[in-house]
Design a protein around this ligand. Sequence first.
Ligand SMILES: [Mg+2]
Length: 299
Amino acid sequence: MLKGKKKLATLVTVCVLAGSTAMAAGSPAAVPVRAVPVQQSAPVSVGTSAIETWRTQKQLAQEETMALLWMRSAAEYRALCYQGYNAAMMEVDKALSDPARKGKPLAIVLDCDETVTDNTPALAKAAADGNGQYKSIWWRDVVHEGKSGAMPGAVDFLQQVDKKGLAIFYVSNRYAPVNYEATEANLKALRFPQADKKHILLMEKSGNKQLRFNTITADYDVVVYMGDNAGDLPIGTNGKSLTERNQIVDAHKADFGTKYIVFPNPVYGAWVSAIAKNYLTMTPEQRDEVNREFLTKNY
Ligand SMILES: [Mg+2]
């Protein structure tokens, strides 16, 4: 049995949620994904047996517990969701009454996962099961189950935007060839409007969303961009370092809360992989050392 597990492990491409740009062939897309061979993504400190790999993943899963607990339980998380949608709606109303915006049709652009769709039940179950690194096959199965929920306030917000006549573009890094059909069905089941091929733009080749943003802005006047990852905004953070990401955000500080709306995601995202080079492929012990050093040197 261990033999079989080990063989499977060597075949499976691992996608680390916290990673990069798009939950690969199936990762919580929004859950950016970096696909790397399992032996690179899950180095173990005490050997390479299936049991030791499992133990390592369980340790990594434990790192996510408090972050997931906060998203699953805190009133403050719900409040921030409402705050984000309320701020976006103010911008929508402002744009509708702005005579200067009578050119191209108005639109909003938003990410899906952890921006309007809620995957925390599946993430929490995976963490509880000791899966601290989210495999592409696991994510594909989650997407195909079609059980992503709606974040607090998301349905009302999107339906109101739709009624006000704006176009709604769902720009997600779920991997299109594997996940499009299931994603459209899930969004429709949640009663999210405009969930069709024109408005759902998933990842084809690149996790950098800027090309998809450019396609939209060629025909639409985008009022607001919304996401839980800086890469969900057209500010050029894709592939940038921790320092660069922070500098870019600082340079756009006047636009947050108006043109750019950000939702909290302490569990995964490009911010994790930006902590240090190869952070996603470190052992829990190595991460612990990096974390400690980072927090200490920044005090
Ligand atoms: Mg997301």
